[in-house]
Ligand binder design. Structure first.
Ligand code: GRF
Length: 223
């Protein structure tokens, strides 16, 4: 299996930085970082790591379908095995998603299936949730609806604001996303008939838990 990846961003790129710090280039070769916004700080992070960058501005395209076709052409020039969405703030067409089915990952800042879409931290606070988190999932045509691979969990504290809660979740994302992606890239996790499998066995619909998985991994190492 190829370990070439292309990472798509729109903004700060702190998750991209986690990939650069934890996976690049030993576990995966990030062959390009593509942004739909020229001012995305993640482009600077990529350039500092010596990774080629591309900007494909959606405002130069007549519609979503033509943008996504051009985006897929650009991605495919780099022949990646995996395409990683890391804060890429665009809804993707079914054609795009189908083209990369089973090798297209996203991270969403909530415990899916709760809170698809935007303002997840505010919505978790308004609902009075006692815990919150993030989910790495395979991307399907359904927005934030693809099969979950792994989730991180954080407590919601009494004095939390959307910003403090977002920051607590974001800190976990930087362990969660590289670990989940590494399991996929190495072939241990795969999407089989719409279901996520780890080492050939189906996992829970909510995905693996980052905290339990880390414990399991320590257990394996001690064996
Ligand atoms: C993260 O909160 C991620 O969950 C969401 O977009 C944000 C990206 O942040 N999909 P960054 O650009 O990686 O800092």
């Amino acid at each position: 299996m190829s370990c070439r990846t292309v990472i798509l961003i729109s903004g700060s790129g702190s998750n991209l930085q986690a990939f650069i710090d934890h996976l690049h280039p030993e576990q995966t070769d990030i062959v390009a970082v593509i942004s739909n916004r020229a001012d995305a700080y993640g482009l600077t992070r990529a350039a500092q790591a010596g990774i080629p960058t591309e900007v494909l501005d959606h405002r130069s395209f007549a519609d979503r379908a033509s943008y996504d076709r051009a985006l897929a052409e650009l991605i495919d020039r780099y022949q990646p095995g995996w395409v990683i969405l890391a804060g890429f703030m665009r809804i993707l067409t079914p054609e795009f998603v189908t083209h990369y089915q089973g090798r297209l990952l996203n991270i969403h800042p909530s415990l899916l299936p709760r809170y698809t879409g935007l303002h997840t931290h505010q919505r978790a606070l308004e609902a009075g949730d006692s815990e919150h988190g993030a989910t790495v999932h395979f991307v399907t045509e359904e927005l934030d609806g693809g099969p979950a691979i792994m989730q991180s969990h954080v407590p919601v504290l009494a004095d939390d604001t959307p910003d403090t809660l977002a920051e607590r979740v974001r800190q976990t994302e930087h362990q969660l996303y590289p670990l989940a992606a590494r399991l996929c890239i190495s072939g241990r996790v795969a999407l089989v008939d719409g279901q996520v499998q780890l080492d050939g066995s189906p996992i829970a619909p909510s995905g693996l838990r980052l905290d339990q998985f880390e414990t399991d991994m320590r257990g394996h190492r001690n064996d």
